[in-house]
Ligand binder design. Structure first.
Ligand SMILES: *Cc1c(COP(=O)(O)O)cnc(C)c1O
Length: 364
């Protein structure tokens, strides 16, 4: 079976660097919020060209903590997309605010700014864009929209490590950005991990407090925070892996180019890449097909694993029901949820596997 991800295939130097990182932490005798976390925070801030980075326990907490640091909570609304990991929606709900669902652009599956406009109300405090599948959302348009309305732009970067828009990395455009280092992400650790990046020193201070019980100094808790700390082991592993992110991204791009050039089947469409100005990092390679169930079974018979991102959009999940959405409805989200299918694009695919994938897709 050609798998969606296969970490066993990572090169020996990567595995050795991770083992060395783990040994270093074990020898240090310091396991939570220490020099490895600080080291990773400054390396990741530099990578995404943001002033501050705050390591947290996972991507969902990064969103919740960032939103809470902006003062968003009960009575507020955050406009976002249902075509995302449900964690995006849940994080908004965890703050006490209400998610409001806008539709997506049918060609890219990215949040549609015109639909976002229709969702705004006097209670809207932020627009939460998701750089879905590794492609940057049109940040110039969203930046302008949010500035005009005096609301926050927030980026969910969990699928977009290293993606750029107009030559500038995602993760520094909004009031803050949330990152996940879940193992399958383009930069992943060996467990759960996450981070917030921001250019605001005040937001960074507030997020540092919130991740650690709302503690300002030892035993003083001016706010009711979370326990959402990044541990030293994960941070050390992330530092070792970060050195390889550029080569993994290039490998994903080369694979995506080959798939785009060789897939040719009138029953299957390749999702259009966002905009030529945005550097896509191909977290996922997404096709759409009106006969998805049959297509998925066919791929499996050909030995190609596939997954659906996402079959049930946020507004159709049980806890996500009952919130406002675009008064024109969410037709594009619904169609995409019914037709989309992700095929392997991980950086360790072998060339012969790549041609097997193309043959399987074209043979449907
Ligand atoms: C993975 C993911 C998250 C959640 O990250 P966790 O680390 O699993 O909490 C949020 N948003 C998107 C778009 C994701 O892909």
């Amino acid at each position: 079976m050609i798998l969606m991800n296969d970490f066993r295939r990572e090169a020996a130097p990567v595995k050795e660097a991770m083992a060395e990182a783990m040994a270093r932490v074990a020898a240090s005798g310091w396991y939570i919020l220490g020099p490895e976390v600080e080291g990773f925070e400054s390396e990741w801030a530099a990578y995404v060209e943001a002033k501050h980075c705050i390591g947290v326990a996972n991507g969902m907490d990064a969103l919740e903590i960032g939103l809470r640091a902006l003062g968003i909570g009960p009575g507020d609304e955050v406009v976002t997309t249902g075509m995302t990991a449900f964690a995006t929606v849940l994080a908004v709900m965890r703050t006490g605010a209400e998610p409001v669902f806008a539709d997506i652009d049918p060609e890219t599956a990215i949040l549609d700014p015109r639909s976002v406009e229709r969702c705004l109300s006097t209670r809207t405090k932020a627009v939460l864009v998701v750089h879905i599948y590794g492609q940057a959302a049109p940040l110039d348009v969203f930046d302008e929209l949010c500035r005009t309305r005096g609301i926050h732009l927030v980026e969910d970067c969990a699928q977009a490590h290293g993606a750029k828009f107009q030559g500038r990395p995602v993760g520094s455009w909004g009031s803050f950005a949330a990152w996940s280092f879940y193992p399958t992400k383009n930069l992943g650790c060996m467990g759960d991990g996450g981070a917030i990046t921001t250019n605001s020193a005040a937001l960074a201070d507030s997020a540092r407090m919130l991740r650690n019980y709302g503690q300002s100094k030892r035993y003083e808790h001016p706010v009711a925070g979370l326990n959402s700390r990044l541990d030293e082991l994960q941070a050390a592993i992330l530092r070792a892996r970060l050195r390889h992110l550029p080569e993994w991204t290039e490998a994903r791009r080369a694979i995506a180019r080959t798939l785009q050039a060789t897939i040719s089947n009138p029953r299957v469409r390749v999702l259009r890449a966002s905009s030529d100005r945005g550097a896509h990092v191909h977290h996922l390679f997404v096709l759409t097909c009106d006969e998805r169930t049959a297509f998925k079974i066919h791929l499996e018979k050909c030995g190609v694993e596939s997954l659906i991102h996402y079959p049930i959009p946020g507004h159709q999940q049980i806890p996500g029901a009952g919130f406002r959405s675009d008064p024109h409805g969410l037709p594009n989200t619904g169609i995409h949820a019914a037709n989309c299918l992700s095929i392997p694009v991980h950086p360790h695919l072998h060339p012969q596997e790549l041609s097997s994938i193309t043959q399987a897709v074209n043979g449907f």
